[in-house]
Design a protein around this ligand. Structure first.
Ligand code: PMP
Length: 308
């Protein structure tokens, strides 16, 4: 659900939303040659703040490096662009979308002949899997589509082209009446949702698939691992077989868009007692507490949007 805002930061300048356009011969449109980020800003008692901006920009630059995209801007410039686009649009609770792409240059596959362009948009945004989903959990299935295999499309890059796989997962899930699909990797291990990482709880221990299971190293995933360990939970990153979905006491997704969303059923089988579980609830509370101020931000995860 796109909510238009006023301005988009486009190749270094703030331009009107409707003026931020590209040519139909843009390389990325034909060959998927783009990388991007999804970042959230939250209203906090200290004003609007961006969650883990540095880590998101690091991943953006990592994605660029994998695809040899030379950004004409420094991380510091993009850091300020993200703050500016939230501020100038008068937003507090917002989704920020930096995008880097191969532009209008030469026809042909070789990406190095097209210019690298950058934009940062920001818009108002609610809960991705629904506000009700945050409380009651969502119904999901195991996708018939697997995640990309190692050494095919790099899963560690957040590249536009990777999201063709995610689109197949999302469409299949929706067609079958599910909120989301969970993909297995090519070896059959649990991987992730189309746009979320996966966590599983059994006997009080928290498990999540390792980055070797062809998943995006999520920044919310990292935040949840850090918070859970600090709360005294044991967190294990390890390969997990599909059947653990059916044996788990609790399951939840993490992601910038999905935040911390409980899963209440998989393949029509209820997870635990079919209600949001106690550990999921505690982790949600700690996570959202970062923005209300109830959880101390010991890690410097919040960047204020306003000039100090
Ligand atoms: N996996 C995929 C495929 C994603 O698109 C996302 C969303 N960026 C995630 C996981 C979660 O990552 P993050 O917590 O950094 O948003």
């Amino acid at each position: 659900p796109i909510r238009e805002s006023k301005y988009i930061w486009f190749n270094g300048e703030m331009v009107a939303w409707e003026k931020a356009t590209v040519h139909v011969m843009t390389h990325a449109l034909h060959y998927g040659s783009s990388v991007f980020e999804g970042i959230r800003a939250y209203e906090t008692p200290q004003g609007a703040a961006i969650f883990r901006l540095r880590e998101h920009l690091r991943r953006l630059f990592d994605s660029c490096r994998i695809y040899r995209m030379e950004l004409p801007f420094t991380p510091e410039q993009l850091f300020e662009a993200c703050r500016a686009v939230v501020r100038d649009n008068g937003l507090t609770n917002a989704y920020i979308r930096p995008l880097v792409w191969r532009g209008y240059g030469e026809m042909g596959l070789n990406p190095l002949r097209s210019p690298v362009e950058v934009m940062v948009a920001a818009m108002e945004w609610g809960a991705y899997l629904g506000a009700e989903g945050l409380e009651n959990g969502v119904d999901v299935h195991v996708s018939s589509w697997q995640r990309v295999a190692p050494n095919t499309l790099p899963a560690m890059a957040k590249a536009g082209g990777n999201y063709l796989s995610s689109q197949l997962i999302v469409m299949e899930a929706a067609r079958n009446g599910y909120a989301e699909g969970i993909a297995l990797d090519v070896h059959g291990w649990l991987s992730e949702g189309s746009g979320e990482n996966l966590f599983l709880i059994r006997d009080g221990v928290i498990y999540t698939p390792p980055v070797t299971a062809a998943l995006l190293p999520g920044i919310t995933r990292d935040a949840v691992i850090t918070l859970a360990r600090q709360m005294g939970y044991e967190v294990r990153e390890q390969n997990l077989p599909r059947e653990m979905l059916y044996l788990a006491d609790e399951l939840f997704f993490t992601g910038t868009a999905a935040e911390v969303t409980p899963i209440r059923s998989v393949d029509k089988l209820p997870v635990g007692n079919g209600k949001r579980g106690p550990i999921t609830t505690a982790i949600q509370k700690a996570f959202f507490g970062l923005f209300s101020g109830e959880t101390e931000d010991r890690w410097g995860w919040l960047t204020p949007v306003a000039y100090s």
